[in-house]
Design a binder for this molecule. Structure first.
Ligand code: GUN
Ligand code: ZN
Length: 365
């Protein structure tokens, strides 16, 4: 039995687009992702597929996730409804974007604000396990007007989380410099609108400068490291020690559909390999913490989840070694629980998880 994992960055409408060949971030968004997000906003597709999305997360041991939805209201309502019905713990935000993509997935500032209010009022705090996250997709997809509106919302509702992308690829940095010539750096495009604080999760942050690192620390924001995505798109290798040295929390995300697995087990295996490739290290204990208590801290849920301390909710994944005879033998050689955990990362398969509980309630069949 282990605490359920916390996935601090995943995109619901990209669930069927894992493994789209041959592009890096901006080309991949344009060629594969924006058309899919448009498709997933049609009819009842989001209602049809969102329960499957949560069940897939459960099969990978994830009990809590921070999710980027589509830019539209309907998809996001369906996603919250499925989270409620399946028993998932989730922080969900409608992707705010008023430029860069095809017109059909853009929302002007006024409509975006109105729809975001509706989602907050209906869902934020529901059942002690559903919360809303203000979600500027990333600065290049937001006008100053939209960033300002989102920053004001963040001040108005001090318990809302903020999620966004930050410093993921070099071509993205160039685009930010061109789009925001009056800002001193990428972080400032969020920071000067009041969007960087202790309830903020920045996905990727690979290319954060030393100035940005310091301000992330001072403001108490958190990182979601998404290694399978970073390798798939060829974005870069996350400089873990820069964040660890200054005690900024690094949590872990799958970032499906750029990420190649729905499972945090596989993301942790990738996180280890990324640090090895850099000539660095990350210990089994650090990896375990990243997927549990660090995730809870990043989402402001450390009083609710992240370990089995008395008084927290029972979010639990149960593994059954007998489902994998080779891993079972491997485990017999292990000297302690962390060795067992570490061996499991590399041979994880969905069938290993026999049961998942959230808030004490069984959510798997
Ligand atoms: N940056 C802006 N949008 C996206 C997205 O959908 N996925 C990833 N990985 N990065 C982004
Ligand atoms: Zn992402």
């Amino acid at each position: 039995m282990l605490p359920g994992f916390v996935d601090t960055h995943i995109h619901f409408p990209q669930m069927f687009r894992v493994g789209c060949y041959g592009e890096s971030l901006l080309g991949w968004l344009e060629k594969y992702i924006f058309p899919e997000e448009e498709r997933m906003s049609q009819g009842n597709l989001a209602a049809k597929y969102s329960p499957l999305f949560f069940r897939e997360l459960f099969k990978g041991g994830t009990t809590t996730s921070m999710i980027v939805s589509n830019s539209d209201l309907k998809t996001t309502h369906f996603l919250f409804e499925a989270a409620k019905a399946t028993g998932a713990r989730a922080i969900i935000g409608k992707a705010s974007m008023d430029r860069m993509g095809p017109k059909s997935i853009l929302r002007g500032t006024a409509q975006d604000q109105e729809e975001t209010y509706q989602l907050i009022e209906k869902w934020h705090g529901e059942a002690e396990r559903l919360y809303y996250a203000i979600t500027p997709r990333f600065s290049p997809a937001c006008s100053l007007k939209t960033l300002k509106m989102l920053g004001q919302l963040s001040q108005e509702y001090p318990t809302l989380r903020v999620q966004t992308h930050f410093a993921e690829t070099l071509e993205e940095l160039k685009l930010v410099r061109e789009s925001f010539p009056n800002f001193k750096d990428y972080l400032a495009t969020y920071e000067e609108h009041g969007l960087i604080h202790s309830r903020t999760v920045l996905a990727h942050a690979i290319f954060a400068t030393s100035h940005e690192l310091k301000r992330i620390k001072t403001r108490g924001a958190h990182i979601s490291h998404c290694p399978t995505s970073n390798m798939f798109l060829g974005s870069g290798l996350y400089p873990l020690e820069k964040f660890s040295q200054q005690k900024t929390v690094t949590s872990i995300g799958t970032d499906v559909g750029a990420g190649t697995s729905f499972s945090i087990w596989s993301s942790l295996a990738a996180a280890y390999q990324v640090q090895r490739l850099r000539g660095g290290d990350i210990t089994p204990g650090q990896l375990f913490h990243m997927a549990t208590l660090s995730g809870a801290q990043a989402l402001g849920l450390e009083d609710h989840i992240g370990n089995f301390n008395a008084g927290k909710f029972a979010d639990v994944q149960v593994l059954d070694w007998s489902k994998s005879p080779i891993l079972r033998k491997n485990i017999e050689h292990s000297q302690n629980p962390l060795e067992r955990f570490f061996a499991t990362l590399f041979q994880f398969e969905r069938g290993l998880i026999s049961d998942v509980f959230i808030q004490g309630k069984k959510v798997t069949d």
